[in-house]
Ligand binder design. Sequence first.
Ligand code: CA
Length: 238
Amino acid sequence: MSTTSNAASNTVSVLIVEDEPKIARLMADYLTTHGFVVTTLGHGDEVLPWLEQHSPALVLLDIMLPGKDGLTLSREIRQHWPTIAIIMVTAKVEEVDRLLGLELGADDYICKPFSPREVVARVKAVLRRSQAVADSPAEEQNAPVILNEDGWQALAYGKDLGLTAVEFQLLKVMMQAPGRIFSREQLMDHMYRDNRIVSERTVDSHIKKLRKKIHEALPELEIIRSVYGVGYKYQPEG
Ligand code: CA
């Protein structure tokens, strides 16, 4: 099943992956009413091929699906498209704790049964979070570090941190999704487009140097955090 609503200008694209047609239609109708461009897929195996061709801002991902399940899909989406926001949809409230423990990289979780109003609210909240950095100038957010992409420079309150190209890229990938945890593998994927073989320790050593440079400029702030056993995240506050 694949249906796409009429596209309007200025809209944000959302992919719904849900095999129960009634639920899929309910979510799609409500999101469309609220101005989103919605596509619905009902089979897990359809998702990655579709994403190769389209770039939604967010995926609403059911867990129990025919074909590839939502957990596998969540990992694969995170791996290949780290900036797409993911909201996992589960039928069991008690499953959320387990899902959180799996570190799937989802941005939020919704439990069935849900109200369409709740879905729209959650979608908007997640998009606000994930797009705040992408859409508004860093100066307006009072961000401690600003990237100058043309010059491959990172500026801490105007002072050049003197990053290498690799350090700059690592920081850029993480800054595109504040608060999201990236595994070393995911970071490597984004770094080495030419498929050079690197070890996870190489990532650690680049991150270490990156953090040192940031720390020298901003000793009072820790903005790149390591998450034990998982990876790293950019989180300037909290
Ligand atoms: Ca299902």
